[in-house]
Design a protein around this ligand. Structure first.
Ligand code: ADP
Ligand code: MG
Length: 320
């Protein structure tokens, strides 16, 4: 029997309410009613995932649910914000129960991990398109933006880079036959938003961005907004053993510099804050790595002395 829109919303989304204190009214009315905390800025971000564009067609529904929320939480992490509320706009060809259950499982598992409540959304028939919008809080004055880098600041990234791009290559070439290849695919399908790290960087980082389009493209945004330049030492790029098992070192570095979808954080830290950063970095489960330095060569980025292109993927113009 086909599910009605209402029973669909109820069974898959409304029943899984978290009951946050700051949600006066969640799913079920014409709008959600929310209590913004006093003294905080609201950080809000929205991202759309389209099948075949933002995830491969055969991506497991549970991973799609995870990724739809994860890419948004990553944006909040990059602002130093604590996530709180989400809405979901769901367009799908038909109300497929198995898909919806798995999709909701993936989305809610991540929502629970970060105490995020789904407070509303919209459900329509159409091509498979998922839009999640998230809102979080950051104390005014503590927000991390792309604009604050200074010459001499040290350049850091979290985690390892190039994994998701290698995962995508594995999917496209159909070579997911090893443990390492499957791990890379997991990095593509189930990115980990660096939410705790983002908040810990308040008062330490001078600028921050999450890496969705590739390190060089996203670092280029910091450089544009901060009106500065940067130099990366490519021998310092953090590469996973899994990436190095499917790629030679030079190819792995190229993916780390230009490959997208890693959702790690890239941030700048003044030298005077380096010791503080190292102290709390030791308590985190994700490694952070110094990869270079900010300079005042306005918007020029170099790797080991060579200029690089900072243009990433553009949905209207394609790869440039
Ligand atoms: P309206 O027609 O007034 O916009 P809807 O019938 O679209 O209301 O939605 C009813 C309720 O269900 C609203 O609270 C809405 O936020 C929620 N909702 C609809 N679709 C979703 C979804 N995919 N995820 C979460 N909540 C949803
Ligand atoms: Mg209404």
């Amino acid at each position: 029997m086909a599910l009605s829109e209402f029973s669909l919303i109820e069974s898959f989304f409304e029943r899984r309410r978290r009951g946050r204190d700051d949600v006066a009214l969640g799913i079920g009315d014409d709008a959600a009613l929310l209590r913004p905390p006093i003294g905080m800025l609201l950080a809000t971000a929205v991202d759309t995932l389209i099948e075949g564009v933002h995830f491969p067609v055969n991506t497991p529904p549970e991973a799609i649910g995870h990724k739809a929320l994860a890419v948004n939480l990553s944006d909040l992490a990059a602002m130093g914000a604590e996530p709180a509320w989400a809405t979901l706009s769901l367009s799908m060809p038909e109300p497929n129960e198995a898909f919806l259950k798995a999709f909701a499982d993936g989305l809610f598992a991540l929502a629970e991990q970060f105490d995020v409540e789904l407070v509303g959304g919209d459900t329509v028939r159409g091509p498979l398109v998922l839009t999640v919008q998230v809102t979080g809080f950051v104390p005014e004055g503590d927000e991390l933006t792309r604009a604050g880098a200074r010459p001499g600041d040290l350049l850091y990234v979290s985690g390892t880079l190039g994994d998701a791009a290698a995962g995508l290559e594995q999917v496209q070439s159909g070579t997911l036959d090893s443990e390492d290849a499957r791990w890379l695919r997991e990095r593509l399908d189930r990115p980990t938003p660096r939410v705790a790290l983002g908040q810990a960087l308040r008062g330490v980082a001078t600028s921050c961005i999450d890496i969705s389009d590739g390190l060089c493209a996203d670092l280029g945004h910091i450089m544009e907004r901060s009106i500065l330049g940067a130099e990366i030492d490519s021998s310092l790029l953090p590469l996973s053993s899994q990436l190095l098992s499917v790629k030679d070192e030079e190819a792995a570095r190229q993916l780390a510099l230009y490959g997208g979808d890693d959702y790690e954080l890239c941030f700048t830290v003044p030298e005077t804050k380096e010791a503080e950063l190292m102290r709390f970095a030791a308590t985190f489960d994700v490694p952070i790595t110094k990869i270079g330095e900010v300079n005042n060569e306005v918007s020029v980025m170099r790797i080991d002395g060579e200029p690089v292109t900072t243009s990433g993927y553009d949905h209207f113009r394609g790869a440039e």
